[in-house]
Design a protein around this ligand. Structure first.
Ligand SMILES: [Zn+2]
Ligand SMILES: [Zn+2]
Length: 624
């Protein structure tokens, strides 16, 4: 615990944290009533509730939860008072030696070993205290609620193993997680939301719907887009590209690697090595060093200080785009230049943090870089925000907010003239205000090279998703010596805007899977229509209908199995296919299709041509 909190920091708990931490004491009391040998270590509140780490002979399983919860409710009913007491270090140690700390009574021969260690970690001179409720006494700085009756709206969530203060050498503990709320209603709402989130989990849906796959042999955090997922991504990229075309962007393509010198100039290397894949050394460098029997350190240091050359998997697209801009002379009349690319970048995330599409090691940004004059910043940022607004409203995500990160005027860490900063900050603020959404200004949160705007979207179940940014940059154009000829015939440095408003295609698609619970609107659905012949007799007619739909540009499949029609419909629903076209003898004879929608049930029989023109209109308008 190198990041040990001060006593003051510990005592700054919100009311909810106080309630949850108190509930951890109640949980410990309940566990001790059931298993008196339990040795408690550490039990803080967390974002979603609380946990307590402990060690005992019995291994807790979810089957024990009900029993522990019942005991916790009993303790809440007993309405025990939480009593604070300051104690001397010697008294604390004596209590721990006797097994009394973190226990219901003295436990001869079973000293409170984790508490003893925790006492040793309290700095000399810091007050030592304990809290008592009923028979339970714990080493604790508090604060707590008044009585255990407050801790009645509780639920145990899960159990896992942990290490004492994260240290593997100290042996394994059990960690029991619970949550607590001020009222029964709030607890129930929370549990309902968790259920809903579980139902929508993009990792599970991604597997069930065949959207993407992560394979250990390919590598953690490296997403394989399966055919259906790729169709969703393509529909999304086509939509964004259409909007970019309207806004006058130029699409470019750049390779996945670049020379280290490129990133030395941009400043991405060697300074951010921790978040990058290791550099790739030149072949002749490797051969020379091998001949010399050199160490890895020689190689790493030589790559870092520039004595050896090599390549980097690109962590950012900006340097490549800058080189495209710099490859032609520019006059103020050509600006702004807007270069867009669905550009794939690679970042080294710790393996523990990886999961699904939301934390990955390779991802494709909806990236663009705009090169403009200082006077054009406002209009360009407004254009970026218009695009975000259009995309999010098309997807039915109307609940989002914006964070505007500004410089701290008292600090001198910022590059660029103060006049330009004032202008850019005013431009960003003005642009955000035209959006008509909630926004907050955060002083001192700007990057050293410019102010920025971040987007946070709320999904249908009320969770926040941090998306991408629009960022003004005065730094890179200088580092790369970019210029344009102004109206005064003199060279000027352009301002650069980085924007990747949806972050990455991986993360954004993960959000969409959960937002729609896999039920993508027709224009995004990988499979828009499934044709279901009732029996073999209508197979040919069904086949012809499917061909006609495909010719009309509809993504269509056909269920050729000999299953009963009810089973075919169930499967199509499970696969979240928006439209099912049932074709029986009567439909075959009349040239119609019996239309079913995954949510709206039976829509009746209509001529196939009519269905085709309806669905084409629905797809074209990208309706929800
Ligand atoms: Zn406590
Ligand atoms: Zn960039």
């Amino acid at each position: 615990m190198n990041d040990r909190k001060t006593l003051d920091q510990r005592q700054q708990m919100t009311d909810l944290e106080r309630l949850r931490h108190s509930s951890a004491h109640v949980m410990a009391t309940a566990i001790l009533r059931l298993w008196p040998d339990a040795q408690f270590a550490y039990g803080p509140p967390i974002d979603t509730g609380f946990y307590y780490d402990f060690q005992m002979a019995h291994r807790i399983t979810p089957d024990d939860f009900e029993k522990i919860e019942a005991e916790m409710r009993k303790i809440a009913k007993e309405n025990q008072k939480f009593e604070y007491q300051a104690i001397s270090r010697d008294d604390a140690k004596a209590m721990a030696q006797s097994g009394r700390l973190g226990g219901l009574s003295e436990r001869p021969g079973n000293p409170s070993r984790y508490k003893l260690d925790l006492i040793d970690k309290i700095p000399e001179g810091e007050e030592i205290s304990c809290f008592k409720n009923g028979e339970f006494i714990d080493l604790c700085a508090g604060p707590h609620v008044g009585y255990t009756s407050k801790c009645k709206n509780i639920k145990l969530m899960s159990v896992s193993s942990s290490f004492y203060l994260g240290d593997e050498s100290k042996g394994q503990l059990q960690r029991l997680y619970g949550t607590a709320f001020e009222s029964k209603e709030l607890l129930e709402q929370h549990l309902a939301r968790l259920d809903e989130a579980k139902k929508r989990d993009h990792r599970r849906l991604g597997r069930e719907l065949g959207l993407f796959h992560i394979d250990e042999m390919v590598g953690q955090g490296l997403v394989l887009w399966k055919p259906k997922g790729a169709l969703v991504r393509r529909a999304l990229q086509d939509f964004i590209t259409e909007e970019l075309d309207k806004q006058g962007y130029s699409q470019v393509f750049t390779p996945h690697i670049g020379k280290l010198d490129l990133y030395r100039t941009s400043g991405h290397f060697p300074y951010y090595q921790e978040s990058q894949f290791p550099a790739i050394a030149e072949r002749d460098v490797l051969e020379k060093l091998a001949d010399e029997d050199a160490t890895c350190a020689t190689l790493i240091n030589g790559l870092a200080d520039g004595s050896y050359d090599g390549y980097l998997l690109k962590p950012m697209n900006c340097p490549h785009h800058i080189k495209i801009f710099a490859s032609d002379p520019h006059s103020y009349r050509d600006l702004p230049v807007r270069l867009a690319e669905f550009g794939t970048v690679y970042r080294w995330e710790q393996s523990g943090e990886l999961g699904g599409m939301t934390r990955v090691r390779g991802f494709t940004q909806d990236d663009a870089h705009l090169f403009c004059t200082p006077d054009q910043v406002a209009a360009e940022v407004t254009g970026c925000l218009d695009l975000v607004k259009k995309v999010l409203s098309t997807l039915g995500m109307n609940d989002y907010r914006v964070r505007l990160s500004l410089r701290d005027p008292a600090s001198d860490k910022y590059v660029g003239s103060s006049e330009n900063w004032d202008k850019a900050e005013a431009a960003l603020r003005e642009a955000v205000q035209t959006l008509g959404v909630e926004y907050t200004e955060e002083i001192g949160e700007a990057a050293f090279y410019g102010p920025k705007i971040d987007f946070v979207v709320k999904d249908v179940i009320g969770r926040d998703w941090q998306l991408g940014t629009v960022q003004v940059d005065y730094n890179l154009p200088v580092r790369f010596g970019l210029s344009y000829v102004g109206a005064d015939n003199q060279p000027h440095v352009p301002v650069m805007i980085h924007r990747a408003p949806f972050g990455s295609m991986e993360r954004f698609t993960g959000l969409l899977i959960e937002h729609f619970e896999g039920k993508f609107p027709t224009w995004l659905a990988p499979e828009q229509v499934r044709v279901l012949p009732i029996s073999e007799k209508t197979l040919d007619v069904a086949e012809a209908a499917a061909t006609k739909l495909a010719d009309a540009g509809v993504r269509v499949t056909m269920d050729r199995t000999s299953d009963k029609i009810g089973a075919k419909i169930r499967l199509a629903r499970l696969d979240r296919v928006p439209y099912m076209l049932v074709i029986g003898a009567r439909e075959a004879e009349e040239g119609t299709v019996a239309v079913r929608h995954r949510d709206k049930d039976d829509l009746g029989a209509i001529p196939l041509d009519e269905f085709i023109s309806n669905i084409k209109a629905e797809i074209k308008s990208r309706s929800l």
